[in-house]
Design a protein around this ligand. Structure first.
Ligand SMILES: O=P(O)(O)OC[C@H]1O[C@H](O[C@H]2O[C@H](CO)[C@@H](O)[C@H](O)[C@H]2O)[C@H](O)[C@@H](O)[C@@H]1O
Length: 247
Protein backbone atom coordinates (compact mmCIF):
# COMPACT_ATOMS: atom_id res chain seq x y z
CA UNK A 1 0.00 0.00 0.00
CA UNK A 2 1.16 3.50 -0.79
CA UNK A 3 0.92 5.68 2.30
CA UNK A 4 1.65 9.05 0.73
CA UNK A 5 -1.87 9.84 -0.37
CA UNK A 6 -1.21 13.55 -0.87
CA UNK A 7 1.75 12.90 -3.17
CA UNK A 8 -0.29 10.45 -5.26
CA UNK A 9 -3.22 12.87 -5.57
CA UNK A 10 -0.93 15.74 -6.51
CA UNK A 11 0.67 13.61 -9.22
CA UNK A 12 -2.75 12.55 -10.55
CA UNK A 13 -3.96 16.16 -10.59
CA UNK A 14 -1.18 17.00 -13.04
CA UNK A 15 -2.42 14.49 -15.65
CA UNK A 16 -4.92 15.28 -18.42
CA UNK A 17 -7.28 13.93 -19.48
CA UNK A 18 -7.99 12.62 -15.98
CA UNK A 19 -10.70 10.03 -15.36
CA UNK A 20 -12.10 10.01 -11.81
CA UNK A 21 -14.23 6.87 -11.56
CA UNK A 22 -16.11 5.80 -8.47
CA UNK A 23 -18.20 2.89 -7.36
CA UNK A 24 -21.55 3.97 -5.87
CA UNK A 25 -22.89 1.79 -3.02
CA UNK A 26 -20.57 1.81 -0.01
CA UNK A 27 -18.45 4.65 -1.43
CA UNK A 28 -20.73 7.57 -2.30
CA UNK A 29 -23.83 6.17 -0.56
CA UNK A 30 -24.12 4.39 2.78
CA UNK A 31 -25.38 0.80 2.66
CA UNK A 32 -29.08 0.51 3.57
CA UNK A 33 -31.50 -2.36 3.98
CA UNK A 34 -33.48 -1.28 0.92
CA UNK A 35 -31.35 -0.65 -2.20
CA UNK A 36 -33.71 2.06 -3.49
CA UNK A 37 -33.09 4.10 -0.31
CA UNK A 38 -29.32 4.29 -0.77
CA UNK A 39 -29.14 8.00 -1.58
CA UNK A 40 -25.75 9.74 -1.91
CA UNK A 41 -23.99 11.27 1.04
CA UNK A 42 -24.91 14.96 1.41
CA UNK A 43 -21.49 16.14 0.23
CA UNK A 44 -21.24 13.88 -2.81
CA UNK A 45 -23.21 15.65 -5.59
CA UNK A 46 -21.54 19.06 -5.17
CA UNK A 47 -18.06 17.62 -4.70
CA UNK A 48 -18.29 15.40 -7.79
CA UNK A 49 -19.58 18.37 -9.81
CA UNK A 50 -16.63 20.43 -8.61
CA UNK A 51 -14.22 17.75 -9.85
CA UNK A 52 -16.03 17.45 -13.19
CA UNK A 53 -15.78 21.24 -13.63
CA UNK A 54 -11.98 21.03 -13.78
CA UNK A 55 -10.64 21.32 -17.29
CA UNK A 56 -9.89 17.89 -18.78
CA UNK A 57 -11.46 15.93 -15.91
CA UNK A 58 -14.23 13.36 -16.49
CA UNK A 59 -16.16 11.88 -13.55
CA UNK A 60 -17.75 8.46 -14.00
CA UNK A 61 -20.03 6.38 -11.77
CA UNK A 62 -19.25 2.66 -12.05
CA UNK A 63 -21.77 0.37 -10.40
CA UNK A 64 -23.22 -3.08 -10.16
CA UNK A 65 -26.60 -1.38 -10.50
CA UNK A 66 -28.23 -0.93 -13.88
CA UNK A 67 -27.67 2.55 -15.32
CA UNK A 68 -31.34 3.60 -14.97
CA UNK A 69 -31.42 2.49 -11.34
CA UNK A 70 -28.11 4.22 -10.68
CA UNK A 71 -29.36 7.49 -12.18
CA UNK A 72 -32.67 7.32 -10.28
CA UNK A 73 -31.28 6.28 -6.90
CA UNK A 74 -28.31 8.64 -6.98
CA UNK A 75 -30.11 11.57 -8.61
CA UNK A 76 -26.93 12.11 -10.65
CA UNK A 77 -27.13 13.15 -14.29
CA UNK A 78 -25.04 15.46 -16.45
CA UNK A 79 -22.07 15.93 -16.61
CA UNK A 80 -21.24 12.46 -15.27
CA UNK A 81 -20.57 9.31 -17.28
CA UNK A 82 -22.30 6.08 -16.23
CA UNK A 83 -21.16 2.46 -16.31
CA UNK A 84 -23.72 0.01 -14.91
CA UNK A 85 -24.29 -3.72 -14.48
CA UNK A 86 -20.63 -4.19 -13.49
CA UNK A 87 -19.53 -2.92 -16.90
CA UNK A 88 -22.09 -4.67 -19.13
CA UNK A 89 -24.01 -1.42 -19.59
CA UNK A 90 -22.86 2.09 -20.52
CA UNK A 91 -24.59 5.33 -21.43
CA UNK A 92 -25.05 3.67 -24.85
CA UNK A 93 -27.27 0.87 -23.46
CA UNK A 94 -27.25 -2.92 -23.42
CA UNK A 95 -27.67 -5.76 -25.92
CA UNK A 96 -31.48 -6.57 -25.88
CA UNK A 97 -30.81 -10.34 -26.14
CA UNK A 98 -29.38 -10.21 -22.66
CA UNK A 99 -32.80 -9.44 -21.11
CA UNK A 100 -34.34 -12.72 -22.34
CA UNK A 101 -31.57 -14.73 -20.72
CA UNK A 102 -31.95 -12.73 -17.52
CA UNK A 103 -35.68 -13.54 -17.44
CA UNK A 104 -34.85 -17.26 -17.40
CA UNK A 105 -32.78 -16.57 -14.29
CA UNK A 106 -35.71 -14.74 -12.71
CA UNK A 107 -37.93 -17.80 -13.33
CA UNK A 108 -35.34 -20.12 -11.80
CA UNK A 109 -34.42 -18.05 -8.74
CA UNK A 110 -37.73 -16.34 -7.89
CA UNK A 111 -39.25 -19.34 -6.06
CA UNK A 112 -36.04 -19.93 -4.06
CA UNK A 113 -36.01 -16.32 -2.85
CA UNK A 114 -39.74 -16.28 -2.11
CA UNK A 115 -39.22 -19.24 0.23
CA UNK A 116 -36.86 -17.34 2.56
CA UNK A 117 -38.33 -14.66 4.82
CA UNK A 118 -36.62 -11.29 4.40
CA UNK A 119 -34.83 -12.19 1.15
CA UNK A 120 -35.39 -10.14 -1.97
CA UNK A 121 -34.70 -10.63 -5.66
CA UNK A 122 -33.49 -7.60 -7.56
CA UNK A 123 -34.01 -7.79 -11.32
CA UNK A 124 -31.33 -5.82 -13.15
CA UNK A 125 -30.72 -5.27 -16.88
CA UNK A 126 -28.06 -7.97 -17.24
CA UNK A 127 -28.37 -9.91 -13.99
CA UNK A 128 -30.42 -10.83 -10.98
CA UNK A 129 -29.24 -10.15 -7.46
CA UNK A 130 -30.25 -12.19 -4.44
CA UNK A 131 -30.22 -9.88 -1.39
CA UNK A 132 -30.03 -11.32 2.13
CA UNK A 133 -29.21 -8.21 4.24
CA UNK A 134 -32.69 -8.38 5.81
CA UNK A 135 -32.77 -12.15 6.38
CA UNK A 136 -32.70 -12.56 10.17
CA UNK A 137 -31.83 -16.30 10.03
CA UNK A 138 -28.18 -16.08 8.86
CA UNK A 139 -27.90 -19.83 8.22
CA UNK A 140 -30.92 -19.60 5.92
CA UNK A 141 -29.29 -16.62 4.19
CA UNK A 142 -26.10 -18.55 3.48
CA UNK A 143 -28.06 -21.59 2.32
CA UNK A 144 -30.13 -19.45 -0.04
CA UNK A 145 -27.03 -17.97 -1.68
CA UNK A 146 -25.61 -21.47 -2.17
CA UNK A 147 -28.88 -22.73 -3.67
CA UNK A 148 -29.10 -19.70 -5.96
CA UNK A 149 -25.56 -20.21 -7.27
CA UNK A 150 -26.27 -23.88 -7.95
CA UNK A 151 -29.60 -23.13 -9.67
CA UNK A 152 -28.04 -20.51 -11.94
CA UNK A 153 -25.40 -22.94 -13.14
CA UNK A 154 -21.83 -22.44 -14.37
CA UNK A 155 -22.73 -20.51 -17.55
CA UNK A 156 -23.62 -17.43 -15.51
CA UNK A 157 -21.11 -15.22 -13.73
CA UNK A 158 -21.43 -15.25 -9.94
CA UNK A 159 -20.47 -11.94 -8.31
CA UNK A 160 -20.59 -12.06 -4.52
CA UNK A 161 -20.93 -8.76 -2.67
CA UNK A 162 -22.05 -7.35 0.66
CA UNK A 163 -25.08 -9.47 1.66
CA UNK A 164 -25.77 -10.06 -2.00
CA UNK A 165 -25.02 -12.62 -4.69
CA UNK A 166 -25.43 -11.46 -8.22
CA UNK A 167 -25.84 -13.90 -11.11
CA UNK A 168 -24.88 -12.11 -14.29
CA UNK A 169 -25.72 -13.01 -17.87
CA UNK A 170 -22.49 -11.51 -19.24
CA UNK A 171 -18.90 -11.85 -18.07
CA UNK A 172 -18.37 -8.08 -17.97
CA UNK A 173 -16.36 -6.74 -15.06
CA UNK A 174 -15.50 -3.31 -13.71
CA UNK A 175 -11.82 -3.65 -14.60
CA UNK A 176 -12.43 -4.15 -18.31
CA UNK A 177 -15.07 -1.41 -18.26
CA UNK A 178 -12.81 1.17 -16.61
CA UNK A 179 -9.91 0.41 -18.97
CA UNK A 180 -12.30 0.72 -21.95
CA UNK A 181 -13.61 4.10 -20.77
CA UNK A 182 -10.07 5.32 -20.06
CA UNK A 183 -9.04 4.32 -23.60
CA UNK A 184 -12.09 6.06 -25.12
CA UNK A 185 -11.18 9.25 -23.29
CA UNK A 186 -7.46 8.92 -24.02
CA UNK A 187 -7.00 9.33 -20.27
CA UNK A 188 -3.47 10.01 -19.08
CA UNK A 189 -4.52 9.56 -15.46
CA UNK A 190 -7.15 7.38 -13.78
CA UNK A 191 -8.38 7.35 -10.19
CA UNK A 192 -10.79 4.59 -9.11
CA UNK A 193 -12.55 4.22 -5.75
CA UNK A 194 -14.44 1.14 -4.56
CA UNK A 195 -15.36 -0.88 -1.48
CA UNK A 196 -16.52 -4.29 -2.59
CA UNK A 197 -15.24 -7.51 -4.15
CA UNK A 198 -16.33 -6.54 -7.66
CA UNK A 199 -14.17 -3.41 -7.39
CA UNK A 200 -11.08 -5.60 -7.06
CA UNK A 201 -11.31 -6.21 -10.84
CA UNK A 202 -10.82 -2.48 -11.37
CA UNK A 203 -8.01 -2.24 -8.80
CA UNK A 204 -6.21 -5.15 -10.46
CA UNK A 205 -6.72 -3.81 -13.99
CA UNK A 206 -5.33 -0.41 -13.03
CA UNK A 207 -2.35 -1.64 -11.00
CA UNK A 208 0.09 -1.91 -13.96
CA UNK A 209 -1.24 1.20 -15.72
CA UNK A 210 1.07 4.21 -15.47
CA UNK A 211 -0.62 7.28 -14.02
CA UNK A 212 -3.32 5.33 -12.20
CA UNK A 213 -4.27 5.08 -8.55
CA UNK A 214 -6.98 3.07 -6.84
CA UNK A 215 -8.57 3.45 -3.44
CA UNK A 216 -10.10 0.71 -1.32
CA UNK A 217 -12.80 2.01 1.04
CA UNK A 218 -12.82 0.05 4.29
CA UNK A 219 -10.99 -2.98 5.63
CA UNK A 220 -9.98 -6.21 3.91
CA UNK A 221 -7.40 -7.57 1.49
CA UNK A 222 -7.15 -5.53 -1.67
CA UNK A 223 -5.19 -4.92 -4.86
CA UNK A 224 -5.80 -1.16 -4.49
CA UNK A 225 -2.82 1.16 -4.10
CA UNK A 226 -4.45 3.38 -1.44
CA UNK A 227 -6.98 2.96 1.33
CA UNK A 228 -9.42 5.13 3.27
CA UNK A 229 -11.42 3.89 6.27
CA UNK A 230 -14.94 4.93 5.34
CA UNK A 231 -17.17 7.34 3.41
CA UNK A 232 -15.88 10.33 5.36
CA UNK A 233 -12.43 9.29 4.16
CA UNK A 234 -13.77 9.32 0.58
CA UNK A 235 -15.03 12.87 1.09
CA UNK A 236 -11.67 14.01 2.50
CA UNK A 237 -9.74 12.39 -0.35
CA UNK A 238 -11.94 13.91 -3.05
CA UNK A 239 -11.74 17.32 -1.33
CA UNK A 240 -7.97 17.04 -1.42
CA UNK A 241 -8.05 16.11 -5.11
CA UNK A 242 -10.34 19.08 -5.85
CA UNK A 243 -7.90 21.42 -4.09
CA UNK A 244 -4.99 19.92 -6.06
CA UNK A 245 -6.98 20.49 -9.27
CA UNK A 246 -7.60 24.10 -8.22
CA UNK A 247 -11.41 23.84 -8.26
O1 LIG B 1 -21.14 -1.52 -7.53
P1 LIG B 1 -21.94 -0.84 -6.48
O2 LIG B 1 -22.35 0.56 -6.86
O3 LIG B 1 -21.28 -0.87 -5.13
O4 LIG B 1 -23.29 -1.68 -6.37
C1 LIG B 1 -23.24 -2.98 -5.76
C2 LIG B 1 -24.64 -3.41 -5.39
O5 LIG B 1 -25.19 -2.31 -4.66
C3 LIG B 1 -26.53 -2.50 -4.20
O6 LIG B 1 -26.49 -3.50 -3.16
C4 LIG B 1 -25.71 -3.08 -2.04
O7 LIG B 1 -26.26 -1.86 -1.50
C5 LIG B 1 -27.62 -1.99 -1.01
C6 LIG B 1 -28.09 -0.61 -0.59
O8 LIG B 1 -27.27 -0.06 0.39
C7 LIG B 1 -27.62 -3.01 0.17
O9 LIG B 1 -28.95 -3.21 0.65
C8 LIG B 1 -27.06 -4.37 -0.34
O10 LIG B 1 -26.91 -5.27 0.78
C9 LIG B 1 -25.67 -4.15 -0.97
O11 LIG B 1 -25.20 -5.38 -1.53
C10 LIG B 1 -27.44 -2.88 -5.34
O12 LIG B 1 -28.71 -3.24 -4.85
C11 LIG B 1 -26.89 -4.00 -6.21
O13 LIG B 1 -27.67 -4.10 -7.40
C12 LIG B 1 -25.47 -3.63 -6.64
O14 LIG B 1 -24.91 -4.68 -7.43
Amino acid sequence: MTTDLTADLTALAGRRPLLVASDYDGVLARLRDVPGEAVPEEWAPALLRRLAAADGVVVALVSGRGVDDLRTTSGFGEPFRFVGSHGAETDDGLDPAVAAERDLLVDALGPLVDAVEGARLEVKPAAVAVHVRTVADRAAATALLERAAAAAGPHHTAKPGKDVLELAVTDADKGTAVLRLAAQLGADGVLYLGDDLTDEDAFTALAPRTGSASVKVGAGDTAASLRVADLDGVRDLLEELARALGV
